[in-house]
Each structure stands twice: as structure tokens, then as C-alpha cells.
Design a protein around this ligand. Structure first.
Ligand code: ATP
Ligand code: MG
Length: 418
């Protein structure tokens, strides 16, 4: 991609109305545009990151048997009255009337919808277990939408719902989903604490949250560095200075971001919707359910919060918008050869499937190009200039390292393919 053609220019200054680092950096770098508090548009660079995160999530959900679908955001009131959540959820749910006077709302979660749909297709134990997921837009009237992508009022969620004959089967899948979640976060280079948490509005039994330590977080965590044991402060039975109940390590406290969570729903939704299955003898039971959420946008915001320095972002390879940032420095003499070499490298990397962003902008100074490269945070920076060409080389540097090195042009493709 030629940077001269890229939609989304960098801004010199931080946006004035953003306090969170993720929003400031992503807006300045042209990844996102703020429509209003908690509502962001993804521009080409931002969408590339989001797509990569979504693809990682998809791969891991498909690997545990998930089938992808896509449910509507528009919801009828009657569906939500079955669980009482039209009334109890009205603080988060956007509710309104259409021109014919019907009450409607925008889904802030999809348990009601998926359970209703499942009643048409699940009737026998032979239909179970079943795992359905989507990556879809949710709407929530969040009162404090000040954390950039971490707390949207319109945001993407991956929500998976599982359907089982009994608790035991749910338990088995729950553990698998937990491992799939750990894979997702590892692939996004996030270290998470699997945290015991309360079942919230769903269940009395424990659920689990996946928490990333960060000052940008809104939660507080008690955690043990040694073995990874953690509890959310909301329900904690441990505190700072206590001994870890698992390994006797020291318990510490820190702010954290909840990037995902998993719940055992039991029959909370299947009962009101009459979602039943018949066993071998024809006896009917309510289907046992679980739900599993991740916010891809929140994940993106969390990656920025935890992968940055004073100059900008530092994307992990797996989710970086581009893998290589080619920077041509034509110098005052506008050396033709530099452009030829950079252009050729751009084409070669494209052909090799190593996505390059090519800074071919002629009006920008070297200083401006380097500052933009640091802000954008693409993992590899490759500088081609008259000076590097004297050594038949380009200067290569990782965004997260200080040291640069000269790599011979003939070896560059293979070097970057590693
Ligand atoms: P929180 O306590 O942070 O409000 P939640 O408990 O309401 O989160 P869920 O309703 O279980 O979260 O949503 C599942 C996942 O969706 C969360 O783990 C998070 O990754 C993401 N998510 C929830 N709310 C938002 C939001 N307002 N903006 C972006 N992502 C969100
Ligand atoms: Mg919430």
C-alpha cells in the first residue's frame, strides 16, 4: 500500500477530547475516527487490525466446533419480556418506538435471540451439543464511555453460545472454551489472568473473566505473579499482602481490563423460552447453556494500551495492519535510484505475501516519516536511502527495539519473511 494514497493521515496533535491513550494514539495515527463518545469509525488501518483480530477469534472458535451466524441488532420488546430484561435491562438497552408505535430495542447481548431461534432447531438429545457464535455489533448506553475502544456504546462482540444436555457436558466445553480464549489472547500478545468472578446477572455460580493488567482498566485485580491466580476485587476473598491460596506466593493489586468472559448460564434462558430436548426415552428437559464473550474492539484498545511508548504504538506481528513499513528517503537531490529500489522492494514483498506499507511521500522530511512510522507502530521498519544504497543495503529496525541493522538488498526478502 502506498502511503501517499492511504486514506487516513496522521495528526500532529492529540485530539483534545480524548483522555485514554488508545483513543489518542489510534485517532492521531488515522486508524479510527470519533463520531461521538463511545462511537468510533474504523478507517482502513484500523479495520485491518480489527479484521486480523476477528480472524484469530474465528479460527479458535471454529477449532472448538463453533458455527458462525449473524443475528440482528434490532429486537422486538416481546422477546425481551420473556426474561424480564426489557424492564431490568433498560438502563443499558436503547429502547424506542417505530412510526407505527411498536416498541423496539437494540441488542446489547443475544441470549434471548439465540435461545428463541434454537427452539426451532433443537428438540432431541441428538441435536446436542451445539455451539453457535457471531461477531456482531452491540449497543449499550454505557454511562462512562471515556476509554476509547475499551468502552464503546456501539461495539463489536464475539458471542458464543453453547447448548448441552447436562451440566457435565457444559463443564467439559467450558474448559475447552477457556483454552481457546487463552489461545486468542496469546496470539494477540496479551498476557491475561483468568479470574474468578461472580456470575453477574446470570448465575450464582462463578464465571471467569480474562483480565489484562493495565492502568487504563476499570477493574481492580488481586493477583499472584508466580502462579497466575487472580480474583476480581468485586468478589475477592483475598487482599494485598495475603498469601496466594494456590502457591503461597505474594498477592498484589493492580488495575485491569476485562477482555473476555465466560458464563455458565444453566437453564436461565432455556426455561422461559421453553427450549427443551427429549432424551432417549422421550422425556423432556430444559437445555443447559453457556455463553462466552470477547470484545474485538476492546481487544484492539487493550493491545494499544499495553504495546506503546512515548512515540506511538507497537503492534504485535499477528495483528499489525502491515508487517513491514518501507521508508524511502530521497534526500534533497531526489535520488532516482532510491525510489527504484524502494518500489522494487514494495513489489517483491507484495508478491511474497509480506504486507508492506510503502512511505512513498515525497513532500515529507525524514524526520516526519520516522515520527509517523513510530506512531503507526508497524513491526519492521525498512529505510532505503542513498546512504544505505552505498552499501547495497537497507536499514532494518524492529519498532520495539533500539538497534537498527544494515541488511543486504539481496537478502532482505528472506530476512523479513522470517
Ligand atoms: P464490563 O464489565 O467491562 O462492562 P461486561 O461484563 O458488561 O463488561 P459482557 O457483557 O460479558 O461484558 O461482554 C462480553 C465482552 O464484550 C467483554 O468481556 C468485553 O470484552 C466486551 N465488552 C463489553 N462491554 C463493552 C463495551 N462497552 N465496549 C467494548 N467492548 C465491550
Ligand atoms: Mg458492562
Amino acid at each position: 500500500m502506498r502511503q501517499s494514497k492511504l486514506f487516513g493521515k496522521t495528526l500532529r496533535e492529540d485530539p483534545k477530547d480524548e483522555i485514554s491513550a488508545n483513543a489518542r494514539l489510534l485517532e492521531r495515527a488515522g486508524f479510527i475516527y470519533k463520531t461521538m463518545a463511545g462511537v468510533y469509525d474504523y478507517l482502513p488501518l484500523g479495520l485491518k487490525v480489527l479484521d486480523k483480530i476477528n480472524e484469530i477469534i474465528r479460527e479458535e472458535m471454529n477449532a472448538i466446533g463453533g458455527q458462525e451466524l449473524f443475528l440482528s441488532a434490532f429486537q422486538p420488546k416481546e422477546r425481551w419480556q420473556k426474561t424480564g430484561r426489557w424492564e431490568t435491562g433498560n438502563e443499558v438497552m436503547y429502547q424506542f418506538k417505530d412510526n407505527s408505535g411498536h416498541s423496539l430495542g437494540l441488542a446489547w447481548t443475544h441470549e434471548e435471540a439465540i435461545t428463541e431461534i434454537a427452539t426451532r432447531f433443537i428438540s432431541s438429545h441428538k441435536d446436542l451439543p451445539l455451539f453457535l457464535y457471531q461477531i456482531q455489533t452491540k449497543f449499550r448506553d454505557e454511562p462512562r464511555a471515556k476509554s476509547g475502544l475499551i468502552r464503546g456504546r456501539e461495539f463489536l462482540m464475539k458471542d458464543l453460545y453453547s447448548f448441552h444436555t447436562d451440566e457435565k457436558d457444559l463443564e467439559r466445553f467450558y474448559d475447552k472454551a477457556r483454552d481457546a480464549y487463552l489461545n486468542i489472547f496469546r496470539r494477540c500478545d496479551l498476557s491475561v489472568y483468568v479470574t474468578e468472578a461472580s456470575g453477574g446477572t446470570f448465575t450464582k455460580s462463578y464465571s471467569h473473566e480474562f483480565q489484562v493488567l493495565s492502568d487504563a482498566g476499570e477493574d481492580w485485580l488481586f493477583y499472584c505473579k508466580k502462579c497466575g491466580y487472580a480474583q476480581n476485587k468485586e468478589i475477592a476473598k483475598i487482599g494485598v499482602g495475603h498469601l496466594c491460596p494456590k502457591c503461597k506466593g505474594k498477592i498484589e493489586q493492580g488495575r485491569s481490563i476485562e477482555v473476555g468472559n465466560i458464563f455458565k448460564l444453566g437453564v436461565k434462558f432455556s426455561e422461559p423460552f421453553g427450549l427443551l430436548y427429549a432424551d432417549e426415552k422421550g422425556k423432556k428437559y430444559p437445555v443447559v447453556m453457556g455463553s462466552y464473550g470477547i470484545g474485538p474492539g476492546r481487544l484492539m484498545g487493550t493491545i494499544v494500551e499495553t504495546h506503546r511508548d512515548e512515540r506511538g504504538m507497537m503492534w504485535p506481528d499477528a495483528v499489525a495492519p502491515y508487517r513491514v513499513h518501507i521508508i524511502e528517503l530521497l534526500g534533497k537531490e531526489k535520488v532516482k535510484k532510491v525510489k527504484e529500489v524502494a518500489e522494487k522492494l514494495h513489489q517483491e514483498l507484495l508478491a511474497k505475501g509480506i504486507e508492506p506499507l510503502y512511505d512513498d511521500r515525497e513532500e515529507k522530511s525524514a524526520g516526519e516519516k520516522f515520527a509517523d512510522a513510530d506512531l503507526l507502530g508497524i513491526p519492521w521498519r525498512v529505510v532505503v536511502s542513498e546512504k544505505t544504497l552505498e552499501k547495497s543495503s537497507a536499514e532494518v529496525k524492529r519498532r520495539d527495539k533500539q538497534q537498527a541493522q544494515l541488511v543486504k538488498l539481496s537478502q532482505l526478502k528472506n530476512f523479513l519473511a522470517k
